[in-house]
Write a protein that binds this ligand. Structure first.
Ligand code: CU
Length: 67
């Protein structure tokens, strides 16, 4: 399963790393791609282990808004 999330507030490489790390640490997430310019994050995950709500929470915990 792949989801594309609109994430607001990511401005630099640090933001990119913080979001990537937070998502990658979640069990069931297999791949994360942050597109800084576009403000989007593509996440590949196993629906049996994690859901979109959890992914959003992990991003919000880092201080970014998910639309
Ligand atoms: Cu930053």
């Amino acid at each position: 399963m792949t989801i594309t999330l609109n994430v607001q507030g990511m401005t630099c490489g640090h933001c990119k790393m913080a979001v990537t790390k937070a998502l990658t640490e979640i069990e069931g997430v297999s791949n994360v791609e942050v597109h800084l310019q576009e403000g989007i994050v593509d996440v590949n995950y196993d629906e049996a282990k994690v859901n979109a709500e959890k992914l959003k929470e992990a991003i919000e915990d880092q201080g970014y808004d998910v639309k």
